[in-house]
Design a protein around this ligand. Structure first.
Ligand code: ATP
Length: 353
């Protein structure tokens, strides 16, 4: 069931086109992440859903109701934003309990119910030992978790979150990320989450909307976004390291790429050949059908290795779990997993095969 709809939403700030004709249909209970580089329009999109900005054109619907011009308070959404505003003079407990206190009658909550809910969410975010502390006496990361707790303590129609984990230490961030995903799945609250961190997007989302320059470039599951990017931008923005992108020109039956050729599947224009670093087989010995390159440098990354290979005048990255004892200047032989390769149009960036 479609629950949140953005229908051709555009937002201009004077001459700046912040959001450009964005349409999205989000299902009830879905966790959707808006992912993209700084300035691509993620926050503005979220603020329009929240009611903090009015679209220049287009419509926004929540649960079948046109909310485009409604006040934030009339939309039944809970938000947590990067510049988390908590009440400094209140305790942590009072801050988290606040959204429940103001709805106490409507939700028919007893004092005990509120205490239980606050404690539950505070435990989840590892701030239960701070409940009596004044919010002003907390670290940035603790304050951010209080803001998150305040959003999570009630069950609105939609949770809206803008980089809610950005100020947390690496370890706590991982723990809170997992807790957040679990809670969202348990309660089934439709969630729209903004981040520029692709790992956060891939781990949390049911579907990711990749944005660039005010537009949604691709909207799909993490697997679709990772394995089947429909635009070169998605291939190069998602993945660590990103997709290898090599420019190839058609020449009869083949595509001429830097240092090698591949079968031309029928394209007539110059294309970008895209292949993820982990979808390249390699060997230190010559093999039939393998392409020869020279090792530029090898980077160990924990349990994996990243081999930088020079072919013609370009560098290719190969990611492997196998132990690598190659040195710079050594010959290396490699083969692409062509089932995982993608071709993008050089001019439009759109996928062609
Ligand atoms: P970040 O990750 O850096 O927060 P973002 O993807 O969330 O970036 P937005 O904050 O939505 O991007 O901004 C999109 C564009 O709109 C940017 O060019 C930004 O400078 C511009 N913009 C946003 N808010 C305003 C405003 N109130 N007035 C003028 N321009 C704005």
């Amino acid at each position: 069931m479609t629950f949140v709809v953005l229908d051709r939403v555009t937002k201009r700030f004077g001459k700046v086109l912040a959001v450009d004709n964005v349409s999205l249909s989000i299902e009830k209970g879905e966790f959707v992440v808006l992912l993209g580089p700084s300035g691509c329009g993620k926050t503005t999109t979220l603020r329009m859903i929240a009611g903090l900005e009015i679209p220049t054109s287009g419509r926004i619907y929540i649960d079948g109701r046109d909310v485009t011009y409604l006040e934030p308070g009339e939309r039944d959404v809970a938000m947590v934003f990067q510049d988390y505003a908590i009440y400094p003079h209140m305790t942590v407990f009072e801050n988290i309990a606040f959204p429940l206190e103001i709805r106490r009658r409507k939700l028919r909550l007893t004092k005990r119910d509120i205490e239980e809910k606050v404690l539950q969410v505070a435990k989840m975010l590892q701030i239960d030992h701070l409940l009596d502390r004044k919010a002003s006496q907390l670290s940035g990361g603790q304050q951010q978790r209080v803001a998150l707790a305040r959003a999570l303590v009630r069950e609105p129609k939609v949770w809206l979150m803008d980089e809610p984990l950005s100020n947390l230490d690496a370890l706590i961030r991982l723990q809170v990320r997992a807790e957040l995903k679990r809670l969202q799945k348990d309660l089934g609250i439709t969630t729209i989450y903004v981040t520029h961190d692709q790992v956060e997007a891939l781990t949390l989302a049911d579907r990711i909307a990749v944005m660039n320059a005010g537009r949604v470039v691709q909207f799909g599951t993490p697997k679709e976004i990772y394995d089947a990017p429909t635009h070169v931008f998605v291939g190069t923005f998602v993945g660590n390291p990103p997709m290898n992108i090599l420019k190839c020109k058609p020449a009869g039956d083949v595509l001429e790429c830097p240092g090698f050729t591949i079968k031309n599947p029928g394209v007539k224009q110059t294309v970008f050949f895209g292949i993820r670093p982990e979808y390249i087989e390699w060997s230190d010995k010559e093999q039939p059908g393998y392409i020869k390159g020279l090792v530029y440098v090898v980077e160990p990354i924990g349990s994996e290795y990243l081999i930088n290979v020079k072919i013609a005048d370009v560098l290719l990255k190969i990611k492997t779990l196998r132990e690598v004892s190659l040195k710079p200047g050594d010959s290396i032989y490699f083969k692409f997993d062509m089932k995982k390769a993608v071709l993008f149009d050089e001019e439009t960036g759109n996928v062609v095969i």
